[in-house]
Each structure stands twice: as structure tokens, then as C-alpha cells.
Design a protein around this ligand. Structure first.
Ligand code: ATP
Ligand code: MG
Length: 425
């Protein structure tokens, strides 16, 4: 036998047993964002490498070691997008969407980062994100948080996620904080791991985000970002907190919350869960008021977030396992005898006309009734239709309920839809 070819490490197939949950998550996300008036934007999966270097920042995990970068045949350096915000800003600038305008956008799709694959962390993963442009106040920060909160509720997982917020302040305030943090870290360099020691001077805020518990312990007593905020950022943050309270959204202030990408300022937030082990962040975002200008547009305030869809699906499969519907059909049609096939096909097509949304599966490949009913059972269908020559001759259908022990009955083709509706609803 020929050697089989495997998928690339860290890049997953989405198999039928979970694709139903993916579709559920995606359609819930679509309807929640639509209810806030956000519109979809789709951008290419490949962009110029420069786009990500200039936006995410040269000294970040993503740009330093996680990007899938390659030379195009004409020598241009291209990168598989590691996130969606930079592409949104690029497209917004390119098409004039951001010039003196307000835009509320969302996107969904695959992202690529060369990370060490583990549960909840992959090399191809999917994000759903929203971005709001042209709005500077804490009211829009509140809106994107409310939108995410509504999504947890719609999925029934609200009690399993908590909101953490922080403010990074203005770029100047962060600069002052950076100095104080470097001083603190330098004094404790021997307690840091290699990664953090390297980051200590290049990107010290990133050390706060370390997942290493020993590094976290060494950070005990580190200076707090919140003590270094400029007056305007402080006011912005306190207004956001007030609005979250009056909207009934619970939150924790986490003064060590920073994001791994350089473009954030002021509000940052994460929704975290303890039901996923160490990859506990399911949604992360914040304000990035400088990025539009940094990428060549006119200075435009912006705020957004991205959710990791794999992590959501993992949460739903662990927390809601018993609620998942893994069936592939509602009605399964069996046919006994070659001369019945045409009749069976016409019954199936008629049902698909009259009962849109009902999944009608046709048995193919012949075999006796026992074999066909076994197939029917495997699909999870609630009802089997038994068609033989007698049914075909009399324009009738025998309905066999498969799940609740009800007796089978034979009805005329005309009344089939009505009969089925009450059985499968
Ligand atoms: P983490 O701290 O978990 O590495 P991050 O700060 O790199 O996350 P962002 O770039 O803000 O994450 O991405 C937003 C969300 O996308 C994350 O909160 C997470 O849910 C998801 N995500 C990020 N990287 C991955 C990945 N490699 N695999 C699966 N999901 C991911
Ligand atoms: Mg990361």
C-alpha cells in the first residue's frame, strides 16, 4: 500500500462529528454581530510581510518566531496572516473606509502561527473578530464588550467566562512605565527565565504576560501600569468601569494584563475561562488608536477584539457534550426493490420541497429492510419511511418512528408532510 500523507502538524481537519458545533458557533456569532449593526469584511489570507512587522511589532513573539513567511515567485516577502486586525486596517486605508468615517466591521477565518501545538493552541486556527473605527470614547469599548458578553449568553457558557480589564494608557505613559518596569526586572533578572530576560529590555511589558509560574512569582510587587496612567486614560478607564457596572457586566481589573501585540493603548481586555487548562483566553482585545495612522492612514481611534474559535468549540464540547446533536438526518427513506427506487426518489424530493430545513436521507445501495433500518438508526433519524411495491402502487408511505416506540402507520402521500411535521418537530 502507498504511504499515506498526513496533515501539517498543528493544522487540523474539522471532522463531521464537530463541524455541527462549528456551524452553530459561526451562526450564533453572525447573528449577534448583526444585532449590533456590524458588517462583514473579508480580506486575503496572504499579505505583505511588512504589514505585520509594522503593526504587530518587530519584538513580539508573533513576528520574531511565529509567522509563516515565504518569498513569492517574484521575490516579494509574503506572510500567512497571523491575526486579522492589521489586514482590516490595511483594507480600510486602501479603500478609504476609515477616512473621517465610522465603521463597525467583523471578520472570521483562519490565522497561522508557528507555535508549539497543544490543546487550544494550533498552527492554523480560526478567529472571529470585530473592529470599530472612528470612535474614541469608552462607550464603544463598552459596546464591543457587551457584544462579546451577549455571545457567551447565546452559547450558554456565560457562567464559565470572566472578564479581565486593564488600561495601558497613552504611548507616553507606557514609556514612563516601561522604564520603571525595566528597573524592577533588572533587579530580579536571576529569577526570570531566558525568554523573559531577553524581553526585559526589548519589550518588558511582555514579561508581565509570561505563562511561566516562576516568572509570575518573580513579578510579585512589580510596579502597576495603573499607577502610571496619564490623566485622560485614567478618566477613560474609570468611565468604562462605571459603564460596565451600570450595564451589569462583572469584571476584574488585572493590572498585569497586557497584550502580545504592540499596537494596543488604553483599554485592553480578555475573557478567560478555567475550563480549558492553560490556554484559558477565549477572547482578547482592546483599543489601538495609533495603528491606522501608523499604517499610513489618517489618525483614527479604533477598538476591537478577536476570539479563538477552536477554544470556543472545545468549551462547548466539554461543557455541553450532552446537548450536541450528532445526527445527520431527520428522516431516512428505505426502499425495497429496484422498481420502487423512482418512487422513493420522488417522495424524498417532494419532502425536501415541502419541509425545507428537514434533513431527508435516501438509502442507496439496496439490501434487505433490516440492513436499511440499521443504516437509518446510525444516522440518528427520528423517522424511517418504508417504501415497498405496495406503497408505490397505492401512492402511500409507511412511517416508522425510530426513537419513541410508537407504532408504524401507513398514510397517503398527500398527508405525509403534515404527519411528519408533528413527528419530528
Ligand atoms: P495567547 O496568550 O493564548 O497566546 P494571544 O495573546 O497570542 O493568545 P491574540 O493574538 O490576542 O492571542 O488572539 C486572540 C485569541 O485567538 C486568543 O485569545 C485565543 O483565543 C486565540 N488564539 C491565539 N493564538 C491561537 C493559537 N495558536 N491557536 C488557537 N487559538 C489561538
Ligand atoms: Mg500567543
Amino acid at each position: 500500500m502507498a504511504k499515506t500523507i498526513q496533515a501539517i502538524r498543528g493544522m487540523n481537519d474539522c471532522l463531521p462529528e464537530v463541524s455541527g458545533i462549528w456551524q452553530q458557533v459561526e451562526s450564533t456569532l453572525r447573528s449577534v454581530v448583526a444585532s449590533y449593526g456590524y458588517q462583514e469584511i473579508r480580506t486575503p489570507i496572504v499579505e505583505s510581510t511588512d504589514l505585520f512587522k509594522r503593526s504587530i511589532g518587530e519584538v513580539t513573539d508573533i513576528v520574531e518566531k511565529e509567522m509563516y513567511t515565504f518569498d513569492d515567485r517574484n521575490g516579494d516577502s509574503l506572510t500567512l496572516r497571523p491575526e486579522g486586525t492589521a489586514s482590516c486596517v490595511r483594507a480600510g486605508n486602501e479603500h478609504g473606509l476609515l477616512y473621517n468615517q465610522q465603521q463597525r466591521l467583523w471578520y472570521m477565518g483562519p490565522m497561522f502561527r508557528h507555535e508549539r501545538p497543544q490543546k487550544g493552541r494550533y498552527r492554523q486556527f480560526h478567529q472571529f473578530g470585530v473592529e470599530a473605527y472612528g470612535l474614541a470614547g469608552p462607550d464603544i469599548d463598552l459596546e464591543v464588550i457587551l457584544l462579546s458578553a451577549r455571545f457567551w449568553k447565546a452559547c450558554g457558557i456565560a457562567e464559565h467566562v470572566t472578564l479581565q480589564i486593564n488600561s495601558l494608557g497613552s504611548n507616553e505613559a507606557r514609556q514612563a512605565y516601561r522604564e520603571a518596569l525595566i528597573e524592577f526586572l533588572t533587579a530580579r533578572a536571576d529569577q526570570l527565565d531566558e525568554d523573559s530576560r531577553r524581553r526585559m529590555t526589548t519589550n518588558p511589558l511582555r514579561v508581565l504576560d509570561s505563562k511561566n509560574p516562576e516568572v509570575q512569582a518573580a513579578l510579585e510587587g512589580a510596579p502597576s501600569l495603573l499607577d502610571h496612567l496619564d490623566a485622560e486614560s485614567k478618566e477613560h478607564f474609570s468611565q468604562l468601569c462605571e459603564r460596565l457596572r451600570s450595564a451589569g457586566i462583572e469584571y476584574e481589573i488585572n493590572p498585569r494584563l497586557v497584550r502580545g501585540l504592540d499596537y494596543y493603548n488604553r483599554t485592553v481586555f480578555e475573557w478567560v475561562t478555567d475550563s480549558l487548562g492553560s490556554q484559558g483566553t477565549v477572547c482578547a482585545g482592546g483599543r489601538y488608536d495609533g495603528l491606522v495612522e501608523q499604517l499610513g492612514g489618517k489618525s483614527t481611534p479604533a477598538v476591537g477584539f478577536a476570539m479563538g474559535i477552536e477554544r470556543l468549540v472545545l468549551m462547548l464540547t466539554t461543557l455541553k457534550a450532552e446537548e450536541q446533536d450528532t445526527s445527520s438526518a431527520d428522516v431516512f427513506i428505505t426502499a425495497l426493490g429496484d422498481d420502487v427506487t423512482d418512487y422513493a426518489v420522488s417522495v424524498a424530493e417532494q419532502l425536501r420541497n415541502t419541509l425545507p430545513g428537514v434533513r431527508v436521507m435516501m438509502h442507496c445501495g439496496g439490501g434487505n429492510l433490516k440492513k436499511q433500518l440499521k443504516r437509518a438508526d446510525k444516522t440518528g433519524a427520528k423517522v424511517a419511511l418504508l417504501l415497498g411495491s405496495e406503497e408505490a402502487d397505492n401512492h402511500q408511505v409507511t412511517i416508522k418512528p425510530l426513537r419513541d416506540g410508537q407504532n408504524q402507520s401507513t398514510v397517503s402521500l398527500d398527508s405525509l408532510s403534515a404527519e411528519l411535521e408533528s413527528l419530528i418537530s
